[in-house]
Unconditional design. Sequence first.
Lengths: 215, 483
Amino acid sequence: MSRLIDTIREAMLAFDQEKLVEVTKKSLKEGSDPLEIINAITAVLREMGDKYEKGEIFIPHLVIVGEATKYVISKVLEPLLKDKMERKTIGRVVIGTVAGDIHDIGKSLVALMLFTAGFEVIDLGKDVPVEEFVNAVKKHDPDIVGMSALITTTRPMQREVIEALKKHNLRHKVMVMVGGAPVSAKWAEDIGADGYAENAIEAVNVAKKLVGAKN
Amino acid sequence: MNQKRGRLEFLSSDEIYEIHMASMEILEQVGVKFLSQKALQILGEAGAYVDFKEETARIPEYLIKEAIKKTPSSCTVFGRDFKHKLKLGGKQVYFSMGGWLPYVLDLETGERREGTLSDIELFFKLGDYSENIHFLDWAVWPKDIPESVAHVYGLFMGFKNTTKPLDGYIHGERYTEDNMKMASVIAGGEEELKKRPLLLSIENPTSPLQHSKEMIEGLMVYAKYRQPLVIAPEAQSGATAPATLAGLMVQQNAEILSGMVLAELVSPGTPVIYGTVSTIADMKTGNIALGAIEAGLVNAVTAQLARYYNLPSRGTGGTTDSKIPDIQAGLEKSITLMMAALAGINLIYSFAGTLESTLTMSYEQLIIDNELAGMVSRALKGIEVNDETLAVDVIKSVGPEHHYLTQKHTIKNFMKEHYIPKIINREKRETWEKAGSKDLREIAREEVKRILKTHQPEPLDRDVEKELKRIIEEVEKRETQKM
């Protein structure tokens, strides 16, 4: 295990998706268990989180490694697991940018950070209509719904989604998190959301707290 | 691309020539006062018109031209670790910590008090750590030890606590010799010291148009040991120089060039650096105003004149008249540093840590100024244009709608292209509030404490340290006998 984690760490710190794929495939060929590799990746991601906190690495590093590990886990490793539930996740999140708003990047970053932190993430994309959020909650039964709004004029859509969840009697089944430049803790409170974070890193902490509070 | 270069020019080459010609007229017709018979004799023998009673030397243009020819167009000053070497000349820009200030803002109380030897040590440690500060002056003048030994204790603290290049002492022949003796120990002998200069010092002509006895004597010792010598008048427009900045430049130029003639006569080829501490006198208070925007202009034109004579330059920048690290300090320091740097002053001193027109040092300000120097260094690097930086391939591959965060091009380039701040706060409001809503001074104070707790400068060789201590004892003995 310790040798495997060293190999994985080296590949991840090269900030190169192809390299990580190559090393992962080689480890599999040499007999490593896919779940063990996932655990090694998760451990290195945690180390990288610490490095980021210390200012040793930066957002692009986290994002590149996030994308690479997401690819390796979902495309290379998970298909090999006998039971999909073998990969332990800490919660399920449905996430999207609200209707009328095509700002995708911030939301995608949050989705990626949540994934690398161990959440299962269903990303609805951008400009997501109210009813699509509602349907996704019905279909996926998530622990958390996350909504992003980057424009002051699209911000009220976050409230509309919460109201729609109430109308469909789903609000008590799910936690709601909101974010985006014009959003604040005060706004989150005003519209009756359960969580708010200023950035993608903080969003992971808030989400973890929410599922902890729920479980 | 990693070259830090200034390129700002305020005057046309015709205007620079006019300043030169006006200075020649002053040097030939009025001359400069040298308060040293020895210096006057040397100048007289070389061809200057000397009046020993008036202690003045009128210097013809050909002597100036000969001196310029003998002066190196660049010079290198080393730290005790030779990896720290500053090549002064051209458009290169380096930053220096402030030095010899009488007061310091106490880190704990925030009150102004007199400087101590312990302050010198702590400032050297912080300066050693600060990656954007390349050269270290002695921060404060230590009031807790006898004046007559401050020059050896101060330099010892420097050699002990940093591997970066240092300022040396120049007030009087004997004291300057003491410093040279110590530097020779570090260099491994006098000849080695001449080859790899470790000390740089400054001769301040006393404007208008005179050189003091102590400074001349110090200058001659520096010339003898071939340590780079800055000649830098502190002319104040309206008080000790004309109210017009062009007139100040004419007078300052005559003061610098006359000092250079003497240095080159004493030891041809000695490195002389074209310097300035000049600015305006504040006409409301009569005080010197080093934070004035005019100081920025004077430095910009000084850099241009230095290049005209093909000499290295040293000037001020990042100076302020404020008493504390506040908004005025940020404003004046940013604007004066930016001007001096963009104009290409090779070594910008009186800078990091200084407040109050260089009367008071501040620990927090030093850390803030390290950040400022980092930002200005980034500005000096400018914007590089080539295939890689034009990024056409990556713009094509990302296309509309997507983002650049996951591009290899981003990882490869962002740290080269962006200055990454150490203490500047770019968090969003709630994160900042959660961390205590601290302002920059408070953050800088915490950083000072952290550095002083953790940073260990590279230790001095034991035998070298012992030898330096022996020289200090010798000087102490000599100075107490004198009393």
